[in-house]
Design a protein around this ligand. Structure first.
Ligand code: SF4
Length: 407
């Protein structure tokens, strides 16, 4: 069996500005992106030069079945730059027939002509970061786009999907943003559904260190939905999406039949993937490798790989297994859950060790099984939907405690 990764993630770190909740490895370029030839576009060109070098540095390549261009804001790039990127993969790795090639796009950073350009470049699936259709909420969250931009982008994507030019697209929303009460959230969900996206991602807002939101929370100036409101919002999400034919195949992801993201399933299922670009994390053989988050360090890192001929992500020495707790965590996020006995078996443990470890985990999870948050069918464990999925953190915390105890 060919063990080389068949999926690649590419990080485009540029954004116009940093949103108030975001702690990703991004470079805010402000208005400097335009006009062509200005400071921003020079920065982008220089970054792409190093990114291409990194992509080409892999020696043992296999044809790819999924490529994901994420960020940042990849739609800041010109369609020609996306075409060049896909071309490099095609020429040097090969791209499988029917491969899923996704690109994240941000309303207000592309127009309809760009969209056709991205499709021509080879993109066949888009993920649109709408986050909300409410202008007050967007503004409070530091987003640059307005409702009108989001609506326009959705109609363009709907049109290219309906006419068969792309395979799928996702509309992404953030649940529990400031000012987003029941009514506002209901409006956002209804608006989203009105465009019939085949895939919807609903991310729960999390407050990360170093963000504007974190500072506002610290000084008591951020009004977020209460726990009770947040729970009601989640229930509403479940109800509206389910009644509209969407199935929840992962904690944050819903889709119509046959529209799951194949690329994201690679992360959750523990298969290996390449990753390229500043701040991105690859895991070709189970071991994770994160690139420097700062531009200067990333460029030096790429140069070093060449200078010393470092085979940084490819030595297929011994396959290194993902940490067991991480495997369980990723498996539990999926609708089909995880076969725990199989995970133990993969560890090559003796039977007694597997049995003791398993019974300790069951002890830890007994209350969740009794409460119906967690369901066991044979050796397979999965979260009930919606309650188990909503309260997944409690179950995962208890699993991490169990992991610490047995270690
Ligand atoms: S557009 Fe996305 S990546 Fe860029 S700052 Fe906002 S949330 Fe972060």
């Amino acid at each position: 069996m060919n063990k080389f990764p068949r999926s690649a993630y590419v990080h485009i770190p540029f954004c116009h500005r940093r949103c108030f909740y975001c702690d990703f490895a991004v470079i805010p370029l402000g208005k400097k992106v335009e006009p062509l030839g200005g400071y921003g576009s020079k920065t982008i060109k220089e970054y792409l030069h190093f990114l291409h070098k990194e992509i080409l540095s892999i020696k043992h390549k296999s044809p790819l079945s999924t490529i994901y261009v994420g960020g940042g804001t990849p739609s800041i790039l010109d369609p020609k730059q996306i075409r060049e990127l896909i071309h490099i993969f095609k020429e040097n790795y090969g791209i499988d027939y029917g491969a899923e090639i996704t690109m994240e796009v941000d309303p207000a950073s592309f127009n309809e002509e760009d969209l056709y350009g991205f499709i021509k470049a080879g993109i066949n699936r888009f993920s649109l970061g709408v986050q909300s259709f409410n202008n007050h909420i967007l503004q409070k969250s530091g987003r640059r786009h307005l409702r009108e931009d989001a609506e326009k982008s959705c109609s363009w994507l709907k049109r290219v999907y309906d006419s068969g030019l792309i395979k799928s697209w996702s509309l992404d929303l953030i649940q529990n943003l400031p000012l987003s009460g029941f009514k506002e959230w209901q409006d956002d969900l209804k608006k989203a559904i009105s465009f019939s996206p085949p895939h919807i991602s609903i991310y729960d807002l999390s407050i990360e260190n170093g963000t504007v939101f974190k500072k506002l929370v610290n000084i008591g100036k951020l009004k977020l939905p209460s726990d009770e409101e947040a729970f009601k919002n989640s229930e509403l999400t479940h109800l509206i999406l389910k009644n509209s034919g969407y199935s929840r195949y992962e904690i944050s992801n819903y889709c119509l039949p046959r529209h799951q993201s194949r690329h994201n399933r690679v992360y959750w299922s523990g298969l290996g993937w390449w990753s390229f670009g500043q701040g991105s994390t690859s895991s070709p053989w189970g071991e994770k490798l994160t690139r420097p988050r700062v531009s200067k360090d990333y460029k030096e890192w790429v140069i070093r790989q060449y200078k010393f001929n470092l085979d940084f992500s490819l030595t297929n020495k011994d396959f290194i297994y993902k940490e067991l707790d991480e495997k369980i965590m990723l498996g539990l996020r999926l609708k089909e859950g995880i076969d725990i006995q199989k995970v133990f078996k993969d560890q090559n443990w003796e039977t007694t060790k597997s049995e003791t470890t398993f019974s300790k985990l069951i002890e830890e999870w007994e209350r969740f099984l009794d409460d119906g948050l967690l369901i066991k069918k044979g050796n397979r464990f999965f979260l009930s939907d919606p309650r188990g999925m909503e309260l997944s953190n409690q179950i995962l915390i208890s699993m991490f405690k169990w992991w610490d105890k047995i270690n």
